[in-house]
Design a protein. Sequence first.
Length: 287
Amino acid sequence: MKLRFRYVLAALSALWIGQTVNAEAGADASIGPFRIGIALGTPGPCAVPTNDAGAEALAGHLSARLRRPVEICRFATTAEAGAALASNQVDFALLDQANAPDLGQARALVTPRPDGSIGRILSVVAAPKSSSIASLNDIAGTRAVFAGQGAAFISGPKAAISDNGGPIEALASETIEATPEQAVELVRTGEGDILVTHVAAWQRLCRGAREGDEPCADFKVVWMGRERAKTAWALRADADRDTLYRLAGILLALNLENPAAFAWMAPGSVELTPVEAGALSPTGSGP
């Protein structure tokens, strides 16, 4: 009796699964193509790519994962691709800083990380709580203390500050310390005005050894932000959440799962990294 019940249950489950799959397949067939816009010099209509191995690999990969047709739309310039994205003539496009629609029309999703680049690290500018420095606008003429050696401590934060309106070129002086601990002590004793570092170093510096410890209680974060992305693949603003999250997951693993498709999307890069919606535009100089 129990065995017969199991057979019946299995048959009903198979029937339900089959109906579900068939219903989903029917719905997918009615979904329009996912159109990818990119400047390739020679404009052309949106179409399933042929005679281009990289584009074919990308279209096939995305089509299988998104469960809808994928077309490549060729534009003469990035400005034209950006305009097409803003007017919903394409769903996804490669843009740069000069040709990014506002957030009401498109949102950046991923950016290529070139080989050898540290990526868009989150940088921090901090100052003593007693200081009158309250924003990036106030750092002109200050003595900056950088909390370590290397790009993550120096060139990365400098680029981020500059991209967000901070007058990095107007610093009174720049001191580079060997460790964050030495840097914060220099500012604490009045030999510097602001501490410049990346967020991971700041968090380690301010993490106490035991509960209740507050090593940075006498400091305030004046500003925290990233440098602007030079280019980014952006999605139309009204895209549904399922497409947004699914596409992000697909692209973050693309370099591992489909190297040919990745090389076409991000030549000379090692990975696609997620970005905030406004990554192509300055985010302002507030804390």
